[in-house]
Each structure stands twice: as C-alpha cells, then as structure tokens.
Design a protein around this ligand. Structure first.
Ligand code: FES
Length: 107
C-alpha cells in the first residue's frame, strides 16, 4: 500500500445527507467514526459484540469487500434493519482499492 494515500469514504447518514471523507488507507469505518464523530456508536470498540456499528454498503461496492467472517454474521443477526449488504463498520477496512466506497449508516 502506498504510504500516505487517502482513499475516500462516502457516508450517507441517517438523515440521507452524503459526506465524503478522506481517510488513511487501512483505517476501518470504526476508526473514521471516532475521528469524524459519525453517528455510529461502535459501542464495543470493534470486538464484534455490539452491532451498533451497523452500516449498509452500497450495492456497487458490496462484492468488492472482503467476505464476512462467521463472527461478523452472528453479530449482524442482532440488527433490526438487516439488509443483504449489511456489514459491521468495525470490520471494513478501507484500502486504496476501495477508494470511493459508499456506506449508509444504520447504527
Ligand atoms: Fe461493536 Fe463493531 S463496534 S460490533
């Protein structure tokens, strides 16, 4: 990975507002949530115990992400508004290949 590259993450919040963030390659959505104060609580700090980091990945990007682990699947089962593209934000690492990734916050 190129040191210092800044892929973009497009976030659609719960009100439908779209914001683009420059993130450091390798950061997770959880990291961005903390840095940018997103409305995504991430209560367990990324240990796949809470599901409050629930996001829905834009259809165009869903297949480009690393597949879900069994633990991620199990935790996602706790979510109410489960979508086929639902993921845990703490498990999505944003790399240069994912520049322009778009996710909708659920929380
Ligand atoms: Fe708790 Fe992601 S932060 S499951």
């Amino acid at each position: 990975r190129v040191e210092g590259s800044m892929p973009k993450l497009i976030v659609v919040d719960q009100d439908g507002n779209e914001t683009s963030y420059d993130v450091k390659s390798g950061q997770t959505i959880l990291d961005v949530a903390y840095d940018e104060d997103l409305n995504l609580p991430c209560e367990c700090g990324g240990s796949m115990a809470c599901a409050t980091c629930h996001v829905i990945v834009d259809e165009a990007w869903a297949a480009k992400l690393a597949p879900k682990s069994e633990d991620e699947e199990d935790t996602l089962d706790l979510c109410f508004e489960l979508d086929k593209n639902s993921r845990l934000g703490c498990q999505i690492e944003i790399t240069d290949e994912l520049d322009g990734l778009k996710v909708k916050l659920v929380g």
